[in-house]
Design a protein around this ligand. Structure first.
Ligand code: ZN
Length: 299
């Protein structure tokens, strides 16, 4: 790893100038990192801030490396702030104002940033690289990597939803639940539109990621701890799907024939099949990790 231009989040934020850009950086980091702190607390570990790093690179990217380190590029920070390629800018601003009003100016910065940090956290928490190594390859190369990427995307978006749900209850923000879910989707839509599609195929295509993210946001239960309605069996889930579709008002995936009845069934993704074959291993590996963290703390 090139150490030049590598800074901790703290150094990067402290070095941010007094300007609109600097203010945006402070909002993004100071409100995004607490989501990661919360995730660590829930697992029983403590976040080591020296593991959070920014590196100089204009390509928007992030990664998780061994020992719980998370790196994000300056290009990613800029992409979240500048939104230079947003083809839906006007529609988006209109919809966002409708959904969350003034909150949008800070949420659009820290929500996608927090999701990225949590995505990388889940890779570590679920021991994805070990799970991929153990996986029986079902169909195509890269599929086990796409399956773990999907897991990281979905667990992270559920954590983001719970975080914003708590914020909105705590500060009495009066945001309707459908609006909350829809705005999270829109922020991730904007983000994924800016991340270049990598050639290696280790991630699912952006349209597929967005499809799964939308499905996850539709099916999560309102009450924390309750199981998601994955099969879209409850009437409230069907209604929510229809409402979120009309709230989001944006083309988002290249999948035809989608409707709220067949959210999972009609999208027989080989990624899901691969995940089904891996998820027990992931469960065992993450349980083992939590056990190890607990024993290390007690010894
Ligand atoms: Zn990833």
């Amino acid at each position: 790893m090139d150490q030049a231009g590598l800074e901790t989040f703290e150094q990067f934020v402290n070095g941010a100038e007094r300007s609109i850009r600097g203010d945006k950086i402070r909002i993004m980091f100071n409100m995004g990192v607490p989501m990661l702190v919360e995730a660590h607390l829930q697992r029983g570990s403590a976040l080591d801030h020296s593991n959070l790093l920014v590196f100089q690179d204009s390509t928007p990217q992030s990664d998780a490396i061994f020992g719980g380190r998370i790196r994000v590029s300056t290009g990613l920070v800029d992409a979240i702030m500048n939104d230079p390629l947003d083809p839906y800018g006007t529609v988006y601003a209109d919809v966002a104002a409708n959904l969350v009003g003034d909150l949008d100016s800070s949420w659009r910065l820290f929500v996608p940033f927090g999701w990225i940090l949590l995505h990388e956290f889940v890779h570590g928490m679920h021991q994805h690289s070990e799970a991929e190594r153990r996986a029986k390859k079902i169909i195509a190369p890269n599929l086990e990597s796409q399956a773990t990427e999907r897991d990281a995307d979905l667990v992270a978006v559920a954590m983001v939803y719970r975080h914003l749900q708590r914020l909105s209850w705590h500060f009495r923000l009066n945001i309707e639940d459908d609006c909350l879910r829809s705005i999270i989707y829109l922020y991730l839509h904007r983000l994924l539109a800016h991340i270049p599609t990598e050639q290696s195929g280790s991630h699912p295509p952006a349209a597929v990621r967005l499809f799964h993210l939308f499905a996850k946001l539709v099916t999560l239960a309102v009450v924390p701890g309750e199981l998601p309605d994955v099969g879209v069996e409850r009437q409230e889930t069907k209604d929510r799907s229809a409402r979120m579709h009309s709230l989001v008002r944006m083309p988002c995936w290249d999948v035809r024939g989608w409707s709220h009845e067949n959210i999972e069934h009609d999208f027989p993704s080989p990624i899901i099949a691969q995940w089904e074959a891996m998820k027990d291993d992931v469960g065992d590996l993450s349980a083992q990790l939590i056990h190890d963290i607990k024993s290390a703390r007690e010894s």
